[in-house]
Design a protein. Structure first.
Length: 300
């Protein structure tokens, strides 16, 4: 672990995050924003320049507030940025990545596949000292320490989601679309003091998902609230909503911690089977309705 001394300064970098979030981090840590110039050359290569404006970065701590959604477009630039910071004397680089990508390929599903979650973690651990993230997709890994060799800080969105449900859906029955979602649904249900059920999902391909018909008839008068960590293609939520509707339940509200979804997938999800989609602001998206930043800032 890299230590910083008491007189080290903290600098904040915005790496594709929302300006408002970055501003909140700066204010609460009484830290200044380090300006970075990003550029993509016509040949697709990345340019990064740290504009230090005469600041001495020697022995300083830098927190990179990032948006790592669509990681392949960004990771090389992030790596170049971190290497540059090191060469300028920065001793501690903390990566605040509210959404942590490359967590779902946590096993070799077919022979010849790479376990990319592990490769990604090994790489990031080489150039970052601390990783702070919100509800990463921990399915077959128990903790981030299974794959990350650096200090990691895991923040749960369950408090914020439970509060949103308490304030907005008094008659909620919480539903997890698959066994992996149980960890999130159970935590939220306990905090919001609402009942919950978890369904079973069979995935046949990227866009081919079947969800078991739920035994939820007794909740017909409640508002179903589907909760999952990631909404990607939206198929998991959509299939679940269809089955709930066939079982005579009301249209559900879908809550995702991370709205990874492309616009077209989001539109399809909103096309009639669901009441609305609400997500935490870990990835900027029009469904963002639950502000997780105060919880994150508390932990920085
Ligand atoms: C499963 O591994 C995750 O918890 C989510 O259920 C999944 O990522 C959702 O994906 P999609 O929206 O593509 O069905």
């Amino acid at each position: 672990m890299t230590l910083i001394t008491n007189n080290s300064t903290t600098e904040i970098i915005n790496f594709g995050a929302e300006d408002e979030s970055v501003q909140q981090v700066c204010v609460s840590l009484k830290a200044t924003l380090l300006v970075i110039e990003y550029h993509r050359f016509p040949d697709g290569e990345s340019y990064v320049r740290v504009i230090d404006e005469g600041k001495d970065l020697n022995n300083s701590r830098v927190i990179i507030v990032s948006n790592l959604h669509q990681p392949d477009d960004k990771m090389l630039q992030l790596y170049f940025l971190c290497e540059t910071l090191r060469e300028m004397g920065v001793t501690r680089i903390e990566l605040l990545a509210p959404y942590l990508p490359y967590m779902r390929q946590d096993i070799r599903f077919k022979p010849g596949e790479g376990i990319t979650s592990r490769y990604f973690a090994t790489w990031v651990s080489q150039f970052v000292d601390r990783l702070v993230t919100v509800d990463p997709h921990l399915h077959r890994y128990k903790t981030l320490a299974d794959i990350y060799s650096i200090e990691t800080e895991l923040i749960h969105a369950s408090d914020s989601i439970a509060k949103w449900i308490e304030n907005n859906v008094a008659d909620a029955i919480l539903i997890g679309p698959d066994s992996e979602s149980e960890q999130w649904v159970k935590a939220v249900a306990e905090k919001a003091n609402r009942p919950f059920i978890v369904l079973e999902k069979i995935r046949r391909g990227d866009r081919d998902v079947e969800v078991s018909v739920p035994d939820a008839v007794r909740y017909q008068h409640c508002t179903p609230v589907l909760i999952d960590d990631i909404i990607s293609t939206g198929k998991t939520m959509l299939q679940t909503a269809v089955h709930l509707q066939n079982a005579g339940l009301k249209k559900p509200i879908c809550i995702g911690v991370h709205a990874v979804c492309a616009d077209s997938d989001y539109r399809q999800l909103m096309s009639g089977y669901v009441e609305k989609v609400v997500s935490c602001n870990t990835i900027p998206h029009e469904s963002n309705g639950i502000n997780i930043m105060p919880t994150i800032i508390d932990r920085l």
